[in-house]
Ligand binder design. Structure first.
Ligand code: PRP
Ligand code: URA
Length: 209
């Protein structure tokens, strides 16, 4: 079973409170999604590998740490995942970006893939899939399957708001994929929206509908 972690840092909780408010503007929503993504990326990258290197400071010769190991690919699930990319790349500037286009049919709630473009060496990279919402889990599961089909082996899923149904579905389908969220909400309503949630993340980010 994969790990499910709620990153409940006070700054994240405070920003998420503003994000959830239906009166928050598109401009503020967009900024807050990126800010929360940066704060979460700090924790999601905690297990990155380090190696010892010797350097000279102006004062002495010493051994210090530097990053080694796998390079990173950030893969947003379009559209809403796009809103988190800049926030993650701020902390991991050398990351490559892949894209997976996925929309959820409003009636059946079934996800449909419409676009995929990944870095060539995706199988060697640590992949951080980003999407603000994990509702039924259908979109995340299909995105992860699309990545695995193309060779990706080290995958983490980073979302802002998760529903218990979505966490359970991804853990059952992908026991190797750890999930990080800023909040675990109560349930899904009969339209597949997370309750209390924050509404339609894509529409609020891009000012549509
Ligand atoms: C939203 C959200 C997730 C998906 C979650 O995207 O950004 O990708 O729904 O729902 P699920 O867990 O039940 O699959 P949506 O399909 O609304 O597309 P958008 O990002 O283009 O708005
Ligand atoms: N997608 C969203 O954008 N919001 C939800 O609450 C569920 C799915």
């Amino acid at each position: 079973m994969s790990k499910f972690t709620v990153i409940d840092h006070p700054l994240i909780q405070h920003k998420l409170r503003i994000l959830r408010d239906k009166n928050t503007s598109t401009k503020d929503f967009r900024e807050l999604v990126n800010e929360i993504a940066t704060l979460m990326a700090y924790e999601v990258s905690r297990d990155m590998q380090l190696e010892d290197v010797e350097i000279d400071t102006p004062v002495a010769h010493t051994t210090v740490k530097q990053l080694t190991g796998k390079k990173v690919a950030v893969v947003p699930i379009l559209r809403a995942g796009l809103g988190m990319v800049d926030g993650v790349v701020k902390l991991i500037p050398a990351a490559r970006i892949g894209h997976i286009g996925m929309y959820r049919d409003e009636k059946t709630l079934e996800p449909h893939e419409y676009f995929i473009k990944l870095p060539e060496d995706i199988e060697k990279r640590e992949v951080i899939v980003v999407d603000p919402m994990l509702a039924t889990g259908g979109s995340a599961k299909d995105a992860i399957a699309a990545l695995k089909k193309r060779g990706a082996r080290y995958i983490k899923l980073m979302v802002l708001v998760a529903a218990p149904e979505g966490v359970k579905a991804v853990q059952a389908a992908d026991p190797d994929v750890d999930i990080f969220a800023a909040a675990l909400d109560d349930h899904l309503n009969d339209k597949g929206y997370i309750v209390p949630g924050l509404g339609d993340a894509g529409d609020r980010l891009f000012g549509t509908k």
